[in-house]
Design a protein around this ligand. Sequence first.
Ligand SMILES: [Zn+2]
Length: 314
Amino acid sequence: MKTAYISHPDCFKHNMGPYHPESPHRLTAIENALHTSQLWPHLYHYDAPLACIEQLACVHTPSYIESILATSPTTGQVALDADTSMNPHTLNAALRAAGAAILATDLVLTGEMDNAFCAIRPPGHHAESERAMGFCLFNNVAVGSAHAIEQHHLQRIAILDFDVHHGNGTEEIFHANPHVMLCSIFQHPFYPYCDASSTTDRMINVPLPRGSDGKAFRQAIIDHWLPPLTLFQPQMIFVSAGFDAHRDDDMSQLLLNDDDYAWISQQIRTIADRYAQGRIVSVLEGGYEPESLGRCVTAHIRSLLTDQNSITDQ
Ligand SMILES: [Zn+2]
């Protein structure tokens, strides 16, 4: 398989302070793990371009985009919400994070790559059409999905979100869009404290109580994600890939382990191969414990790289 790995040095320069969990060290941990695992040379490496205003405007309001551009500081930090801020490098990092999803979508839909992983920050799935929150400025996975619909004319996109937090921004952006199914699984009640019910038959919310382990996680995926995906038959899969439900990550109280991340990644491959010609664009969201983040992203990318014939269907 040809797997693109899309990142950019600007994404390392966005920094919200020395004690903030969403730190540049996350990307360093991922790169180190990919080198250690010897997957690095098997990936096709791309620099993320800057998303343009028109691409962002498919999912964000013009006034919101203008406010982010106007807020970008030349020195110091500016707070956007209680836990999200901008330094002088944040704007470019955020534009490249969204641009990575655009490039990944183009690479996969032109057939140049089979699939792609965007190793970017800031993350995106909490960002709503006109609100930054929860470490997120632009909704990267939504920007890529809208690009696939509007520029490549796909009719059915599935966004699979296994971050431990509810992808409220993605839901807010796409809840009325008939071209998009969002399957989300998350700890509940938990940040961002939104309604966890499934508001339409395309917005599939699967809340898990604190303390849930991999067994409960896997069963919930089998029971609540796979049937609607089978009905919807997506033409392309986007992934909001968050690794903060790991038992070693103190951001949450779910108890997944490395094998659970390998399992969900293989499930996504199976769904993509069955319905979507294998087309997957995976975009980094959360994951704040460097060791488990590095290992689980490696397992995730190994599933993207591996020929499905050699994967055991679990
Ligand atoms: Zn998260």
